[in-house]
Design a protein around this ligand. Structure first.
Ligand code: DX5
Ligand code: ZN
Length: 225
């Protein structure tokens, strides 16, 4: 089963509640929230108060992607704000394993993230303790960048590793996913497709999400690109 996570980074922030309700009604499976601190990535976005506000406008799982240098300082606040999944980058200086365990202790689903230039090997030590592996397919920081094709290999490697080890973490892919490339991402092994501009920049969220899901599910079943 493919899940479509709508990234609100490309929503109209002045009408965020309505936008979240619109993608919820349009059939999105999850809401993806991008948290940026201006240090780990060269941009600033939202904090726990916005996650809490979004929580009141949807019953869908909230997928909080922390692009911040010190997630250990904030995971409790994001958990209490209503996040369901909380993702932490392997590239941070902090102790990744202890942050992931803390997320689990808070009753939330921990996920580990790798940037496009970070080899999958960096994430392997954490894959038996996470609910999800998030593979970035753009350099994090901004919406509407082009999908980096070389990441497809990493998605396939992650899916093979999971099968070989009998693990069950979800594989999520984030950045540059649109209707036209959803099939190749799913065929490579992705379970969760994050899409921001690929949904919010289209006129009909419902038709976009339905077509993205249809193409991804067909490709996933065939296992071809
Ligand atoms: C990028 C963010 C993504 C972003 C994706 O740093 O992590 O979640 O919103 O946006 P699109 O789908 O437009 O590439
Ligand atoms: Zn993201």
């Amino acid at each position: 089963m493919i899940r479509i996570a709508a990234s609100i980074l490309s929503a109209d922030f002045a009408r965020l509640g309505e936008e979240v309700e619109a993608v919820t009604q349009a059939g999105a499976d999850w809401i993806h929230l991008d948290v940026m601190d201006g240090h780990f990535v060269p941009n600033l976005t939202i904090g726990p108060d916005v996650v809490r506000a979004v929580r009141r406008h949807t019953s869908l799982p909230l997928d909080t992607h922390l692009m911040i240098e010190h997630p250990e300082r904030f995971v409790q606040a994001f958990a209490e704000a209503g996040s369901d999944y909380i993702s932490v980058h392997v590239e941070i200086a902090s102790n990744v394993a202890s942050v992931l365990d803390r997320i689990r202790d808070l009753g939330k689903e921990p996920a580990v993230v790798v940037n496009p230039d970070t080899p999958l090997e960096r994430a392997l030590p954490f894959l038996d303790r996470v609910a999800m592996l998030l593979i970035m397919s753009v350099h994090p920081g901004f919406a509407a960048q082009a999908f980096i094709e070389s990441v497809l290999l990493k998605i396939r490697q992650a899916a093979e590793y999971r099968a070989q080890r009998g693990l069950s973490f979800l594989i999520e892919v984030d950045g540059g996913i649109k209707v036209h490339n959803a099939a190749q991402v799913a065929a490579a092994g992705a379970d969760v497709l994050v899409s921001g501009s690929g949904i919010f920049a289209t006129g009909n969220y419902s038709a976009t999400i339905a077509e993205m899901r249809r193409r991804a599910e067909v490709a996933r079943k065939k296992g071809i690109e």
